[in-house]
Design a protein around this ligand. Structure first.
Ligand code: GTP
Ligand code: MG
Length: 258
């Protein structure tokens, strides 16, 4: 990372939850939460529980981001380069949570969100090189307060459409006034190049009919492969430079005189 860039630790959190009373989003959520025979206080209580849950997920995101920022700082100090280019995060929008629960036929309760949804809190860690992803993920997973629930390695085994990323579902304890609660967070680690492909592919996915044509899918997949090959070459270049540097410092070291 050069001097002009914002260090990962100072990047703004993406999409903090703020369920403002009276906003269209909170009105919509309130409607979704109404059950037959409810008294108004009961709806408000359910709404409040929901809002509190979102607040708790946003604190879990902060804890996870801090861990990656710490690892990045330490690694940069030791190796004079950043393994992490940037970190972004989001709490799932309330109505997407409601939509996902409904599609799966689950009740709209705080308990079912915590039990069945893994992606309410999401953190995306953009790394410089492919080996940084594995190094950073391993250092994170090894920390003794982190429980890894699931790993999907779409780098070693890309999705059929060409999507590449390393996904982890983890549980991290967060300390609240009434004690410690384990919170689930979905972490996606990718290189800058993988992120470039995933963001553009994501934008085009919504142009459903045309994006589904086989020749377009094939072209997108071919782009993903070109990008993966470039990622591998960039890593190769970095390793060659590191070897050259090592040979140079070894040659300069007084050890050779012994
Ligand atoms: P969801 O129910 O959609 O969360 O899928 P899943 O539980 O099977 O998890 P998976 O690990 O496959 O995907 C989780 C997240 O990864 C998605 O919400 C996206 O952010 C991202 N992702 C997965 N596949 C793709 C893809 O093909 N393209 C892009 N752009 N992003 C993807
Ligand atoms: Mg998801």
């Amino acid at each position: 990372m050069n001097d002009e860039q914002v260090p990962a630790s100072r990047l703004p959190a993406m999409g903090q939850v703020d369920l403002k009373a009276g906003s269209p989003e909170s009105e919509e959520l309130m409607h979704a939460l109404v059950q037959e025979g409810d008294r108004p206080e009961e709806v408000y209580e359910r709404f409040n529980n929901f809002a509190e849950l979102l607040m708790r997920y946003s604190t879990a995101i902060r804890e996870v981001r801090t861990k990656f920022e710490v690892l990045n700082d330490e690694f940069s100090f030791r190796n004079s380069r950043n393994p992490i280019e940037s970190i972004s995060s989001r709490v799932k929008r309330p109505m997407s949570i409601v939509g996902k629960l409904r599609r799966r036929g689950l009740p709209l309760t705080v308990e079912s969100i915590e039990q069945y949804l893994n992606d309410v809190a999401g953190v995306r860690v953009i790394c410089s090189f492919i080996d940084d992803i594995y190094a950073v993920a391993e250092m994170f997973a090894r920390q003794d307060d982190i429980t890894v629930l699931e790993i999907k390695d779409y780098i070693r085994k890309p999705k059929p459409n060409g999507y590449r990323s390393y996904h982890m579902i983890v549980e991290i304890p967060v300390f609240f006034s009434d004690g410690k609660r384990p919170m689930r967070v979905e972490i996606q680690l990718r290189t800058v190049a993988m992120d470039f492909w995933a963001s553009l592919e994501h934008q085009m996915k919504y142009k459903k009919n045309s994006a589904d044509r086989p020749e377009i899918s094939a072209e997108l997949k071919s782009c993903a492969e070109t990008i993966a090959a470039t990622d591998a070459r960039m890593l190769g270049i970095r390793k060659r430079i590191e070897r050259l540097e090592k040979d140079r410092t070894d040659a300069e070291s007084p050890v050779r005189d012994r």
